[in-house]
Design a protein around this ligand. Structure first.
Ligand code: MN3
Length: 202
């Protein structure tokens, strides 16, 4: 049973001006599609065929480069599209807001920590907000298409928010100005979705 490229919940131009249309078209239609196709190639005919992506990544052999890169790429982008919305932005509420305050003191302090993780990830990678069992949240970052679901990778929680800081995610609109892209991301974060993932993951 092959993985399929998930469709977007909004139009390619819906996140303008924060994420530009052409970037969304290429990022979803080419990059994510490529990871999906190569993930299917990597699991075809193996006993991983039919498993969930979470189970595949949790049990990953980190020396399996094709599965690590493409399984990670499939999972990471599938989460990324969901945690953005044209109606996004603002701040979280409820249990997630309380957990962020408990870990970082305030939403602004969390935002600084997340933006710093995204800005200082050298080269290509991702910034994450993860939840640990019991509900504690933690910011971390990973290189390339790694993520905290993989064995021994970074903060090791369940990702509830992720930001792609590969140049392909922002270069057409922001060129080398990664911090501007990171700031813009906060205008499209779908906190309703992030809160639902927090509730499910804690
Ligand atoms: Mn990407």
């Amino acid at each position: 049973m092959a993985f399929e490229l998930p469709s977007l919940d909004y139009a390619h131009n819906a996140l303008e001006p924060h994420i530009d249309t052409r970037t969304m078209e290429i990022h979803h239609g080419k990059h994510h599609a490529g990871y999906t196709s190569k993930l299917n190639d990597a699991i075809a005919g193996t006993d991983l065929d039919g498993k969930s992506i979470e189970d595949i990544l949790a049990g990953l052999d980190m020396n399996n480069g094709a599965l690590r890169n493409n399984g990670g790429g499939f999972y990471n982008h599938s989460l990324f599209w969901k945690v953005m919305s044209p109606n996004g932005g603002g701040t979280p509420t409820g249990d997630l807001a309380a957990a962020i305050d408990a870990a970082y003191g305030s939403f602004d302090a969390f935002k600084t920590a997340f933006a710093n993780a995204a800005a200082t990830r050298f080269g290509s990678g991702w910034a994450w907000l993860c939840v640990h069992p019991g509900g504690k949240v933690e910011v971390c970052s990973t290189p390339n298409q790694d993520n905290p679901v993989m064995p021994g990778v970074s903060c090791g929680g369940t990702p509830v928010l992720g930001l792609d800081v590969w140049e392909h995610a922002y270069y057409l609109n922001y060129q080398n100005r990664r911090p501007d892209y990171i700031n813009a991301f906060f205008n499209v974060i779908n906190w309703t979705e992030v809160s639902a993932r927090y509730a499910a993951g804690k």
